[in-house]
Each structure stands twice: as C-alpha cells, then as structure tokens.
Design a protein around this ligand. Structure first.
Ligand code: SF4
Length: 553
C-alpha cells in the first residue's frame, strides 16, 4: 500500500483563497529522493492557477526559519509551562477592565476568531482588533461577488491594483474584457500598476480619491455641481468623470472592485462607502478584496471597528498587556517600541523565528496546517481544506487560545459558529476635502505599494527575517524626475512623522508607473511602514494612507 500523502487546501496569502494541492511520496521509505519532498499542484477545477506568491507555499511551509519552540526573551520554554505562566499573568492584568488588548490577523479560521473573542470576554476586555489594519475599513461591506459572473461581465471598474495584490484575479478580469468587443476594464489608482497595460487608467493625485468619488456620486445621481476638476488639483480632467459615469451607467452586468494596501488610499472607509453608493446608484455589483485570507470573516466575528480604541489605549498607557495572534506587533505596529515600555505582558504567535522578541513568542501554524472554516469573497463559509501535518513544535492559535482560556478559567471552551453579518456602518464616511496648497517643505507624496513578485527569496511573505536577508529597504520614483534631480543611489525620505534611509530600487524593474512628485515604497518593510503615521484618519479608521514627504541627500 502506498503511503504517499495528498492535501487539498487553500493558498494562505490572500483573500482570493485559491485551491492548491500539496503531495509527497512515501515519507517512511528508507530511500530519500525528490519524491519524498512536498510538491505543489494546482487543482484543474481552479482555472485561475496560482500566482508566484502561491507558488511559494512549499518554501514557506518547510522554511528553516520556522519557529518550533516557545521563546521568551531569546530563551526556549516548554509549551505547557509557558501557557501556565501566561495564564497567570493575564489573569492578574485582566482584573482591570480593558487592561489587555488582543489583535488577531485576518489569516485565522472562523473557529479561531470565535475563540479569540471568547478569550477577550474572559480577559474582561472589549479591545479585540483586526490586522492588517487596512482591512478594517472594509468590514461594513457585504460582498456582491462571483468569480464565474465576473468572467462574463461587460464592465469592471477596479479601484486599486488588484493584479498586484491578488494576481490570479487577473484571469477572470481579462476573460471578461476579452469576452466581447466593447467590454470595458477601467482602473483608478494613485500610481499606475500591473492592471494599467490592460485597462483604461485614471491616475489620480494621491490623497484625493474619496473627494473624486464624492463628485462622481453627485454626477451619477444627477446632482451635477459646477466643479471644474482641472482647478481642484485631483489630476483628472472633467471629461474623466463623464466617461466613468457613462461606463458605469451603461453597463448591464458591471462590477466595481476595491483593493487597498497599507500607506496607499487615504480615507479608505470613505472610499468604500462612496463606491458602494455609486454601485447602488448605477446598478452595478460591488465587492472588496481584502489583504488577509479571511479578514472579512475574522472582522465580522470581532463585530466592531475597534482598532482606534486599541491605539488610544496604547497611547494613553491604559493597556498593560498585548496579545497578537498571527503576527508580531514589532512588525505590524509601527514604532511599537514607543508603546512597549508600558506593557507588562506581551504574547505573540508567529510562524517565523524572532530571537529578540520582547515577550512570549509561540510557534504558530499556517492556515494550510489547520482544520477549520473561512469566509470566501463570495460570502460563503468554506473549509480551509485538509491540513498538512504541522511542523514539529508548532501549535495552532486555536489550540493555544483554548489552552489559555483553560489556564485562566479552568473551563473547556468550544468555538461557537454563528451567522456572519457585516459590521454596523459608522457615522461619517464624508470625503476629506483636497489639500491643494503646495507644501514647500514636503513637495512629494509617499505611497505604499505591494512588492513585485519575488518568488524564491521570500520577500513577498512580508516577514522581517526575510527582509534582513534581502537587504533594503528601497524606494522607486519617476525615472525622469530621478535623472533631473541628480540623486545618488541612497536618499533619506522624511515625512512629518519619521525618516528613513533608502536605496533607490532599479527603476527599470519597477512594475509601477509613477507620476512626478510621488515616491513609492514597498510597505512590507517596517522601516517603510513607520513613515506613515499609525493614527486614525478623518473617518476614525486606523488605516494609514499616503503622506507628504521630501527627499534629502
Ligand atoms: S492570488 Fe492570492 S490566493 Fe491566489 S495564489 Fe496568489 S496569493 Fe494565493
């Protein structure tokens, strides 16, 4: 009998959740060869295939950097002992209401999210929030999405570079564009992205997107105000608004899609609210494509937009303990060291080693090493698949949370699965007015983007350990402007919040079409994230967008 193994699971890297198959030969055979290693296969039923990031899954799974022990300040601890210590400490801190904050990444199963919420209750805290932070602004939306129907649509209007953030989405979108003569693919963004060559592009001045959509909404509602776009500084002409309006109104089966990233769109909550209304007025479908695999599901279980409260608690020093499931706060919270001193207790789980982490670090599993369910972009609850055996030592966050609850209360808990509704809409969502005045101290706009594909050296995992190996960070800017300015290879980017030394990336290799006076940085580097303020925007959403900047040599 063959003892080969096959696991049908889902790609853990983004909310498109593409199906993938991992296979290996007889692992018990005394003979060892390539057939005993994991091989990656694509399910033929998934005609989108996998993007280079998805192809990276085996390297991630078997990475030598995987964390396999509980670490505390660089020393390894037995799991049981660490859980006992953490439970005791958490019990003490949680005597005070909201003394502990929990952050959970969108890469968890629904069951784990329910358990995390239960843990919050046991810890006497309402402070449970979602990261990546940019996904929080999307939680009030109920997605109207279908892969099959998108392929046959007559118009897609994408806001944000979906081809970069979720590359296999290119397949149904290009299929739709090629279906019939006259089918439209429209793209609006603040720098030209991977979609640009295939679409009619509208590149708007960074920071003006919400304002532009407020005008577009008035147009589609027939409340034409006399706004001469040329005078507002948005960077688009008045004809662009007429073009967009007629494309949106004339479509029979059209879609508006929104995709964002840290440091990119300012006021994403306003953008999403306005796009939803525009879709409604023009009778088009509307969907958001989050960064995290299951951000929509995890965020809905949390049920509230809590990240602002967590940030306030960190700033006001009322939070004494921080738990971060599925990612290091040192990487996800820019300037974390400023908050760290006030914290008596820090616990995080991570799939990668981080030897100098300042707290308890538990070895986590990837979603493809877990049982459980996730919510799809199509608003269905689906199984994450058949779990690959986890690397030795790693525990799923679901198990960790259950054990913590048991340690704190003595109770065994079971995740309860309830109906998942979008988070209640909040007040506001009004577009921020453009700031047309020139700021001579900061003549550039700094924009966060995703990386070009770096399959192989692991950069795309956004993990710091890989970044250190690769070197960096680096930036891109408009090629002609770079020549004009006569800059050398290394420059300092200064924003009103921070500054950092950068190497200028190979401009010919950049997949972005960068307008003048715009600097682009890949935001998986903590040095890049720190240039954007971790403050709430005018919608009171913690989702850093573009900031003004200057270059110094
Ligand atoms: S598009 Fe997203 S889900 Fe699909 S393979 Fe790439 S990273 Fe994975």
């Amino acid at each position: 009998m063959s003892s080969s193994e096959e696991y049908r699971t889902k790609c853990p890297f983004c909310s498109v959740q593409d199906d993938l198959i991992l296979r290996r030969g007889n692992t018990k055979s005394a003979l060892f060869g390539p057939e005993n290693l994991f091989g990656l296969y694509v399910d033929k039923r998934n005609d989108r295939g996998l993007c280079p990031r998805g192809n990276f899954v085996v390297e991630l799974l078997t990475s030598p950097y995987r964390l396999r022990k509980v670490m505390l300040n660089g020393e390894s601890h037995a799991v049981e002992e660490a859980i006992k210590e953490c439970s005791y400490k958490l019990k003490e801190i949680s005597k005070e209401k909201n003394g502990v904050a929990i952050l959970i990444s969108g890469n968890h199963t629904l069951e784990e999210a329910y358990l995390a919420k239960e843990l919050a209750t046991k810890l006497n805290t309402e402070l449970i929030g979602l990261f990546p932070f940019e996904d929080e602004a999307l939680l009030t939306v109920k997605n109207d999405f279908s892969f099959t129907e998108i392929s046959s649509s007559d118009m897609i209007f994408t806001v944000g570079d979906i081809f970069s953030h979720s590359p296999t989405m290119a397949k149904p979108m290009i299929d739709a564009r090629n279906k019939k003569r006259g089918n439209r693919l429209l793209y609006l963004d603040i720098v030209g992205g991977r979609i640009s060559p295939f679409a009619q592009s509208y590149i708007i001045k960074p920071g003006y997107t919400a304002y532009f959509f407020s005008i577009l909404l008035d147009y589609v509602k027939g409340m034409k105000k006399k706004v001469e776009l040329e005078k507002t500084g948005v960077g688009l002409s008045s004809t662009s608004i007429e073009e967009l309006k007629s494309s949106l109104k004339n479509s029979k089966n059209g879609w508006i899609l929104f995709s964002n990233l840290y440091g990119h769109f300012r006021n994403p909550y306003s953008v999403v609210t306005l796009l939803e209304e525009i879709a409604h007025e023009t009778d088009n479908h509307f969907a958001v494509i989050p960064v995290g695999q299951n951000s929509l599901g995890v965020g809905r279980i949390i049920g509230k937009l809590n990240n602002k409260k967590i940030l306030d608690g960190l700033k006001n020093k009322t939070i004494k303990g921080l738990i971060s499931f599925g990612g290091l706060p040192t990487e996800s919270i820019p300037h974390f060291n400023d908050y760290r001193k006030q914290l008596k207790f820090i616990l995080s789980s991570s799939v990668f080693r981080k030897d100098d982490f300042p707290g308890y670090l538990f070895p986590a599993t990837l979603s493809l090493e877990k049982h459980g369910s996730i919510m799809s972009l199509e608003e269905e609850i689906v199984s994450v698949g058949e779990p690959v055996p986890p690397v030795p030592g790693a525990v799923s966050d679901g198990v960790l949370i259950s054990e913590l609850i048991k340690g704190i209360t003595g109770e065994e808990v079971k995740a309860e699965v309830l109906k998942l509704n979008p988070v209640k809409k909040k007040e506001g969502g009004a577009p921020s007015a453009p700031q047309a005045q020139e700021d001579k101290r900061f003549p550039f706009m700094l924009v966060g983007v995703g990386l070009p594909y770096h399959h192989g050296n692991g950069e795309i995992t956004r993990r710091m350990i890989w970044n250190e190996e690769k070197g960096g960070p680096y930036l891109f800017l408009n090629t002609s402007q770079y020549k004009e300015l006569g800059l050398s290879k290394k420059v300092t980017v200064v924003t009103p919040y921070s500054s950092s030394l950068f190497e200028i990336g190979n401009l010919n290799e950049s997949s972005y079409d960068i307008p003048e006076d715009v600097i682009v940085v890949p935001v998986h580097y903590p040095e890049c994230m720190e240039l954007f303020p971790l403050e709430v925007d005018s919608d009171h959403i913690l989702s850093p967008g573009v900031v003004k900047a200057r270059l110094e040599q």
